[in-house]
Design a protein around this ligand. Structure first.
Ligand code: NIG
Ligand code: FE
Length: 415
């Protein structure tokens, strides 16, 4: 691991030292140091301060930030990066008027990606997924939560989780694995859904837990996929096997997913476009973090974004993530997600940045190590080509990332 000194930082966005997870006014406090410098030793942040106070650093690799913005490495707390193929034909069908649910009912949607993922060898799936990881890294992301969910059989789910494990060993990004075997009912169980649920409960969850292949268990809890009662059964089993919970909840309709997340003391409830006030209060009461995914609303051409301002007023510690996947949100860009959060959900640029750094890290149980720039934390950093952090969401659709550093190593540099 290299020793690095970064000089001439125009704005160092530290997000240092406030109680976690952040909510209310604390979402806006970035603790910026202007005209700053930063030193990393053996992958760890060793010194942070004003450039004028920087001691002389012989034998350190020097990077001149040219008065630009440096932030913590971005943390994407909801991604589906392991899949084969793409679904641009469905994108066109949706533009022409079909809904996401109609396409799913016709055998498209998640099930079409499942067919292609199953037909791909582990080696080729690793290659394809590595391309997704490279895309995420090039947009400033240094840690992701990574779901399986396009295998939907014991061997194919294990294959996807093995791919996640291998990608993690490559050290470009840190991947936190989530088992999403309950993403859809696969083709061969359409007429016997209870059998698939039994398979999840009796074989798949126990095997994933025994092999230690996942930290979390997730489910697509939605009226056309898994019902509240089915979700409760599956998630309770996962919890008994020691997995923590994250749920796709209240995405396309209000079905009570947020309330179930609260009842089961899940770590997060994700999507929440259709949550009601009762759901918001239940999350608050049970300390469940909301993970908001405006990329999927945008890509599906829907109108209803999650009610971020109401959640902030209620004191919820918001997280933002890409939901990177081939069906509802094929964007690897957290800066683009920040743009959507700002203009469509009325979050300020500071709130949006907090939601995809320190709060996202907290939601993954990693806030002691990552998510802010503080001495002793991992040197996960992004240098953006701009002088003011508000330009990150302002230049929507533009990748301003100049350099990405993961544990003191440069993992991406604009050529
Ligand atoms: O988060 N909602 C469920 N899963 C994904 C979509 C997956 C797909 O369409 O392939 C989501 O939106
Ligand atoms: Fe998702």
């Amino acid at each position: 691991m290299e020793n690095l000194v970064i000089t001439n930082i125009g704005q160092l966005i530290t997000l240092a030292s406030l109680p976690l997870p952040r909510s209310g006014d604390d979402l806006s406090e970035l603790s910026i140091i202007e005209n700053a410098a930063l030193v990393c030793r053996s992958g760890i942040i060793d010194w942070v301060g004003k450039l004028d106070d920087l001691p002389s650093m012989d034998n350190y690799k020097a990077i001149d930030a040219k008065n630009s913005v440096v932030t913590p490495g971005l943390v994407d707390a909801h991604t589906h990066p392991v899949f084969a193929g793409t679904r641009e034909q469905e994108y066109e069908l949706k533009i022409l008027g079909k809904t996401y649910q109609e396409i799913a009912a016709l055998g498209g949607g998640i099930r079409s990606t499942v067919r292609r993922t199953r037909a791909t060898s582990e080696e080729d799936l690793l290659k394809e997924s590595r391309n997704h990881i490279d895309l995420l890294a090039s947009h400033g992301t240094t840690t992701i939560e990574a779901k399986s969910g396009y295998g939907l059989s014991l061997v194919d789910e294990i294959k996807s989780l093995q791919v996640i494990k291998k990608l993690n060993q490559e050290n470009k990004l840190e991947l936190i694995p989530t088992f999403l075997g309950a993403h859809e009912i696969p083709d061969e169980y359409r007429n016997s859904r209870d059998e698939y649920i039994n398979l999840l409960i009796e074989e798949m969850i126990p095997a994933v837990a025994k092999e230690n292949l996942a930290k979390y268990c997730d489910i697509f809890c939605e009226s056309h996929v898994f019902s509240i009662d089915e979700s409760r059964r599956i998630l309770t089993t996962a919890k008994n096997y020691g997995l923590n919970l994250r749920l796709h909840a209240d995405q396309l309709k209000l079905s009570g997913g947020a309330r179930l997340a609260a009842e089961l003391k899940a770590t997060t409830a994700d999507h929440l476009e259709h949550i009601d006030m009762e759901g918001i209060m239940a999350l608050k009461e049970a300390n469940v973090m909301p993970v908001l995914l405006p990329g999927s609303v945008f890509h599906l051409g829907l109108k209803q974004y999650p009610p971020a301002r109401t959640m902030i007023q209620a004191g919820l510690p918001i997280v933002l993530a890409t939901d990177f996947n081939p069906g509802s949100s094929p964007t690897p860009s957290l800066p683009m997600v920040m743009s959507l959060a700002c203009t469509q959900m009325r979050m300020t640029p500071a709130e949006a940045l907090t939601a995809c750094t320190i709060n996202a890290a907290y939601s993954l149980g990693l806030s002691e190590k990552i998510g802010s720039i503080e001495i002793g934390k991992q040197a996960d950093l992004v240098i953006f080509n701009c002088p003011d952090y508000r330009q990150i969401p302002y230049f929507f659709g533009t990748n301003l990332v100049n350099t990405v550093i993961k544990q003191g190593m440069i993992t991406f540099q604009k050529s």
